[in-house]
Design a protein around this ligand. Sequence first.
Ligand code: SF4
Length: 159
Amino acid sequence: MGNIFEITSINSIVKDFNKSHRVLNGLNVNGVNKMKYSIWVTTDCNLRCLYCYEGQEKQHLSISRQVSDDILRFMQRDLIEDNNKELLIDFHGGEPFLNIQEIKYLVRKILEKFGQARKVQFATTTNATIMEEDILDFIVQYIPDVSVSLDGTERTHNF
Ligand code: SF4
């Protein structure tokens, strides 16, 4: 992963969570009241797409274990009065699987903490270029909703 710095503050992530909460809280998704959390596990990426929303000079920031634990605590507080909701957890980047260890940790902990009382579904958006066997096995087992960003020629993604 090269020169990775860890994100050690949850402040910006909480802002994203709050935004998702405002946008999605109370909405019906396919007839079911669901709560969605989008978790940006890294800003790093192995590609260089023309249109990249992270910009061309990536910050190489990835969430740390400390931030993952802060996220779990935030969800626990946030969900106290939302017992009937299903959970949608969406892993984003950068290329999220450059931080596979925190995705695995969060999936395990989220299922432990919330999986008994709620249906939990995982999703991700990936460029699908680092699909090593252990990553593929993990996706097949835990992440049924996978969006692959393929938007042009090789030059479009690596200009
Ligand atoms: S795959 Fe996504 S994060 Fe990576 S360079 Fe392309 S648009 Fe940016």
